[in-house]
Design a binder for this molecule. Structure first.
Ligand SMILES: *[C@@H]1O[C@H](CO)[C@@H](O)[C@H](O)[C@H]1NC(C)=O
Ligand SMILES: *[C@@H]1O[C@H](CO)[C@@H](O)[C@H](O)[C@H]1NC(C)=O
Ligand SMILES: *[C@@H]1O[C@H](CO)[C@@H](O)[C@H](O)[C@H]1NC(C)=O
Ligand SMILES: *[C@@H]1O[C@H](CO)[C@@H](O)[C@H](O)[C@H]1NC(C)=O
Ligand SMILES: *[C@@H]1O[C@H](CO)[C@@H](O)[C@H](O)[C@H]1NC(C)=O
Ligand SMILES: *[C@@H]1O[C@H](CO)[C@@H](O)[C@H](O)[C@H]1NC(C)=O
Ligand SMILES: *[C@@H]1O[C@H](CO)[C@@H](O)[C@H](O)[C@H]1NC(C)=O
Ligand SMILES: *[C@@H]1O[C@H](CO)[C@@H](O)[C@H](O)[C@H]1NC(C)=O
Length: 837
């Protein structure tokens, strides 16, 4: 699809160059010029005529039809002509509002024809604040205009908001708006607040806002205010704090400059929030003004108490904070990322966050309510108090008390004891507050160490009972651990049992036997309700020895692979087995007699592929296995030492042949085989070298001893291709050589199509031109008739230098469409609603 698109784009650019015919003037850039004030602009006027030499009096005229003839580059508008060119350029170095208007380019052609073209220059002004100071001080009792003068073109619409809420100017007769601001009649204390002047220009979508607010100072910091007053002679100023009627010229913490009217408050205090009167006096008289100073106070949490409540009760944590404006309060559990939402929590309706604000006192009380405490509510909580000055934090905790529980240690296993190995009974109770623990045995409380056989350590929340039965069988019994705190108690039975040696091993079978080794399959003794088996021991003697007293012994750890080595070939052995645990060794069982096989050739070695043994599982078919070499010319063979079957391995024999799959079967090429290579028994690797790239080799490996060679272990190895081995080494195996070839072919194709498109348009040659011809040699669409061309008239063959214009229609000025079935063309518009674009 995009190839066609590219074709169209190419055609259209050509059209521009070829299209013109009527004499006319052309202004570039085309269309009305909408530019912001202050930007520059250049308009070029070019005669579009057959003979530019016949153009005279080429000039620019301004909106009042005055000829612009200055070429002074410092002028706001001037013209520039390039030598040797017939065009004329109009330059605005810096647009101003009064330069907006219609500009006309005019010229005479062939002394008779008057050519004219014009364009509109429109200036726009973004929203600009002309007079809108952010700090303005209305005076109580008088009318006050909150100044907000804005300039913008197109005209802006201005809205007013007070403390974020829109002021409905029409509904109240206290407000009057004009282009300079908002007039508030007879200012009252309740008019104190933040006024927002918001300007919107709908044509451009621009929106700007400015907040106008009384003087705000932060408690503890320094603040200064200037009283603006002029007079002749210059007045002298005094400041009076309305709340206390104090003359601040003589007050602590305040500095008044009598000649400039400035007032400085050092270390602002909470109570400085007040109206202040500035009085300017000279011999001619006196004037005064009143301003409001808002004192902001950083939030401070002055109370946040820890609480302790029992499980299931209702509870609340209360956080009290001060500040101005009164802070907002939130809580956050320290194990959670986000603070709680106000009101009920969606994920846990038991929890509700509320707050009560007294704006007057600058005080907020936050409350986090739990209607039924859970153990998970226990933990640290942060109280967060926030106002526009700062955020304050404080941590507190909720302790959820609950009766003792053994939940976390539900299954107490029996405790084992034997001979002088004492039983250690551990009881851990969870509870808040900590539980005390008592032990009961046979229905009686165990008092402090009341028998020598029972010792108690700790009485809560953890307690151990150490019991040494010393053959007193009554002590192998159940013990009750009782945990108690103020909310309740819980108990748990722990049983002390006498441990014994393991029972007999149930069954033993030889799993695999070689001339010198046996691997046993041992079904261990039942471990049910006992202490763990640690090891398995085998005793064995030859048939001739007949007595176990001289028997040899081997011990495996439990669950190991039970292999016995270094046995004598053809010998007859008797075996017996026993299991051992911490108490001792159980009785012998599993007796068997086995005759070892005679010596033989070694077992087949096992090849290691990529550091791993091939999976000898059910689906593994050695004959079909092909492993890849990372290299084109060598491969490292690796194997594990096989069983020698009674005679030591003296060497390994390796042989490999080139092999190929023919009709699904592997065929070795006997002519391309290596000699038999002998590798010393000390090695378990062999490096095959001088291999051919991209070739499969069948490799055979045999182990050899004095009796002969084992059956061969086989593997097929395919060497890497020459090229891809290079790619491997560059460490970038993601681009295969096939992909590279694909990219190159695609690039050539694209280049060919480009060339072809150009050939079609310029020379009417190439494949596209050919297709075009084929399509047009027979009528395909009624649109064809609109070309006004005789359908029977044969088209000129491709490849010749033809004129481009046929019957007045520019052939290249056509779109080619493909609707999925047939290709057809139509003249004129390149990008129409039917076009592929
Ligand atoms: C403003 O008040 C007038 C008169 O009370 C009312 O007709 C108009 O709808 C109000 N405008 C807005 C935006 O609330
Ligand atoms: C004081 O008045 C002058 C001139 O009217 C003005 O430029 C200045 O911004 C004013 N100062 C204050 C703090 O309003
Ligand atoms: C004080 O000055 C304001 C404006 O600067 C003026 O409107 C007002 O009349 C003056 N008041 C007196 C008492 O002169
Ligand atoms: C709350 O408990 C914490 C320790 O968990 C302690 O540091 C803090 O002082 C306690 N708060 C109060 C108000 O008792
Ligand atoms: C009993 O077992 C606990 C751990 O479960 C251990 O901390 C304690 O030392 C043991 N006591 C004795 C006497 O072995
Ligand atoms: C409760 O028991 C734990 C563990 O023994 C101990 O660390 C903690 O101090 C005890 N608490 C009290 C209040 O006694
Ligand atoms: C029991 O005796 C042991 C050592 O003999 C001692 O550590 C322990 O505190 C005693 N227990 C009680 C509850 O007296
Ligand atoms: C022995 O192995 C079996 C199965 O692998 C396992 O279930 C058991 O827990 C093991 N026993 C020991 C003591 O390791």
């Amino acid at each position: 699809m995009w190839l066609w698109l590219m074709f169209l784009v190419n055609v259209s650019t050509l059209t521009v160059i070829i299209g013109a015919s009527q004499p006319k003037l052309q202004i570039q850039p085309e269309g009305a010029q909408i530019k912001p004030i202050g930007s520059g602009l250049a308009l070029i006027c070019t005669p579009n005529v057959e003979n530019p030499n016949l153009i005279t009096q080429l000039e620019w005229r301004d909106s009042r039809n005055r000829r612009i003839d200055t070429t002074d580059t410092k002028a706001p508008v001037y013209i520039q002509r390039a030598y040797g060119e017939t065009n004329i350029v109009l330059i605005f170095s810096k647009l101003t509002e009064n330069l907006a208007g219609t500009y006309t380019c005019a010229a005479n052609y062939a002394s008779s024809e008057q050519l004219v073209a014009s364009t509109n220059v429109v200036t726009i002004i973004g929203i600009t604040w002309v007079d809108a100071p952010e700090s303005q001080y209305p005076v109580i009792g008088q009318d006050y205009k909150v100044r907000c003068e804005i300039k913008a073109n197109p005209e802006p619409i201005v809205y007013w908001l007070k403390d974020g809420e829109e002021i409905n100017v029409t509904s109240s007769n206290r407000y009057i708006t004009d282009q300079h601001g908002l007039l508030i009649k007879k200012v009252k204390e309740s008019d104190d607040g933040v006024y927002t002047c918001r300007a919107v220009v709908f044509k451009t979508g621009q929106i700007e806002a400015k907040n106008i607010k009384p003087v705000e100072v932060v408690e503890g910091e320094e603040a200064s205010i200037i009283c603006n007053g002029t007079g002749k002679p210059p007045p002298s100023f005094t400041w009076i704090k309305e709340k206390t009627r104090q003359d601040l010229s003589v007050a602590d913490r305040f500095t008044v400059k009598k000649n400039t009217g400035s007032l400085v408050i050092h270390k602002v205090e909470f109570n400085d929030d007040s109206f202040y009167k500035c009085v300017a006096e000279n011999n001619a008289g006196r004037n005064e003004t009143v301003v409001k100073i808002n004192v902001l106070v950083k939030p401070k949490i002055y109370e946040f108490l820890n609480i302790t409540e029992p499980l299931g009760n209702a509870a609340k944590i209360v956080c009290k904070a001060q500040g101005r404006p009164a802070p907002a309060i939130f809580f956050r559990k320290l194990t959670r990322k986000d603070p709680y939402d106000n009101g009920q929590q969606q994920y846990d309706p038991r929890i509700k966050q509320e707050s009560y604000t007294d704006e007057e006192k600058g005080e907020t009380i936050g409350v986090l309510n739990f209607n039924k405490l859970r153990r998970t509510d226990d933990g640290l909580y942060a109280c967060i108090a926030e106002n526009k000055v700062e955020t304050a934090y404080k941590n507190g905790h909720i302790t959820v008390e609950f009766p003792p529980s053994f939940e976390k240690t539900e299954n107490y296993p029996p405790v084992w004891s034997w001979e002088n190995h004492p039983g250690n009974l551990t009881c851990i109770a969870e509870s808040i507050p900590n539980a005390t623990i008592q032990w009961k045995f046979n229905g009686l409380y165990i008092e402090d160490n009341n028998t020598a056989n029972i010792q108690r350590f700790g009485n809560g929340p953890i307690s151990y009972l150490i019991i040494t039965p010393n053959n007193d069988h009554r002590l192998y019994s159940q013990y009750e651990c009782i945990a108690t705190n103020k909310w309740g108690s819980a108990s748990k039975l722990i049983e002390l049992r006498k441990a014994t040696v393991p029972e007999h091993i149930q069954h033993v079978t030889p799993e695999s036997v070689t001339a010198t080794t046996i691997k046993f399959n041992i079904g261990g003794p039942p471990n049910f309700r006992g202490i763990p088996v640690r090891s398995i021991t085998v005793q064995y003697q030859t048939e001739r020895e007949r007595t176990w007293s001289t028997a040899r012994e081997h011990t495996w750890s439990y669950n190991a692979t039970y292999i016995l080595e270094n046995l004598v070939p053809e010998e007859v052995y008797n075996f017996r087995f026993a299991a051992r645990n911490d108490v001792g060794m159980g009785g012998w069982s599993g007796n068997q007699q086995i005759q070892m096989p005679r010596r033989s050739v070694p077992a087949e070695p096992k090849l290691i592929l990529d550091g791993q043994l091939p999976d000898i599982g059910s689906n593994y078919v050695a004959a079909d296995l092909v492993t890849e070499s990372h290299y084109a010319d060598h491969y490292k063979l690796q194997w594990t030492v096989p069983n020698d079957n009674g005679d030591p391995i003296d060497s390994y024999v390796i042989r490999y042949c080139v092999t190929q799959k023919v009709n699904g079967l592997w065929r070795d090429s006997e002519s391309e085989c290596s000699d038999e290579i002998t590798q010393s028994y000390q090695h378990t690797t062999y490096e095959m070298s001088d291999l051919r790239p991209d070739t499969t080799y069948k490799v055979e490996l045999r182990a050899h001893n004095a009796i002969g060679s084992s059956s061969p272990a086989e593997i097929r190895v395919r060497t890497a291709r020459g090229l891809s081995s290079v790619v491997y080494e560059s460490g970038n195996p993601s681009i295969s050589s096939a992909a590279i070839i694909g990219i190159v072919v695609a690039a050539i194709l694209v280049a060919l199509i480009l060339v072809d498109v150009l050939c079609c348009c310029i020379n009417h040659a190439g494949i596209i031109a050919f297709i075009y011809d084929q399509v047009h040699s027979k009528p395909v669409d009624d649109e064809d008739s609109k070309l006004g061309r005789d359908e029977k008239e044969p088209l000129k063959p491709a490849g010749k230098e033809d004129p481009i214009i046929i019957n007045g229609v520019d052939k290249c000025n056509m779109s080619v469409e493909y609707d999925g079935k047939q290709v057809y063309t139509k003249p004129g518009e390149i990008i129409g609603k039917h076009s592929v674009v």
